[in-house]
Structure formats: C-alpha cells, structure tokens
Design a protein around this ligand. Sequence first.
Ligand SMILES: [Fe+2]
Length: 193
Amino acid sequence: MAILGENVETPRELYVHQLGAALKMENKILEMLPQLEEEAQDGQLQKDLKKHQQETRAHVRNLEQVFRALGEEPDEQACPTIEGLEKEGQSMLGKVDESLNDAVILSAVVETEAHEIAVYDGLITVAEAMDDQDIVALLRGLATDRGLGAGAEALRQAHRPALVGAARRIVTERVRPARPDPFLWTQGAMMPS
Ligand SMILES: [Fe+2]
C-alpha cells in the first residue's frame, strides 16, 4: 500500500487523500474566520463570522468521524485551493480602504463556501457509489442541518442591504466624473460636483 502523500495508487487511497484535503480545507477555514472577524467593520457581520466558526468546528468533527468509519486516522492533505482563496482575501484586504473590508469578506466567504460545496458533492458521490450509507449520512449531515451553504447564504441575505447600498454608490461614482475636467474648470464652464 502506498504511503499517503507520496503515491496514491488505489481508489480507496484516493478517497482517503481527498478526505484529508477536505479536512485541511475546514481547518484552514477555522483559522481564517477569526482573522476575518477582526477585519470586519459591521457588528452583525462579526457575530455571523463567529457563528460560522461553530458550524465549521462541527464540519471538522463530522469529517473526523468519516475517517474513523473508514478505519483511518484523520490526516490532513494539501489543499492549494483554500490556500489560494486565503491569499486572495488577504491581498485584497491589504489593498482596499477599510470601508470596503466587509464587501471583500463577504465575497471571500461566498467563494470559499462554493468550493466547499463542490468538495463535499464529490465525496458524497463516491460514498454513494461505495454504497456506504454511514459515510453518506455523515457527509450529508454536513450538507443539511445548519451546515453547508446555509451559513454563506445566511451571511449573504443578512448583509444584502449593505451590499445593495455599496452597489448604489458604485453607480453614483460611475456617473459622476472622478475629478473635474481641468480645462473646463479653468474656463469656469463647469463646477466640480
Ligand atoms: Fe465547512
């Protein structure tokens, strides 16, 4: 049997490897959420991010149970996608004005959750094909209840008015010239708004 992390030779090893990548993803999300909470400006968004941490802890526990159901020790594997999403979020937060932090955080949460849904969708499909109902139930537990997708959707809905407000400001900025035309200004033909 190949050692995981070096060679993956059998479908079972591949599945355990994919579970390890999912575990890395959840633990990385768990690491990211308190940082995002610190950067968030809106009090409700901070509370929602804290709640999302509880949900993510439950996801980690469920995944650990899936490993045990397979008779394997929970073991993280590389998950470059989540590391890329983290890098992108941090880089944006480093660039934007603080007033835009919440918009960056909401985008990062929604993108991360979309990745998470795809990962579990793949794991559930294989568990169904294996006809392992215990694992299917554990993984589906992540997808229902207060879990997968619901957290991001709740965040999106709760903060929709703020996003719509921001979008309206984008439209206003687009129709107003960013700075007065210097030629027209010197001619006194147009006052800056
Ligand atoms: Fe999760």
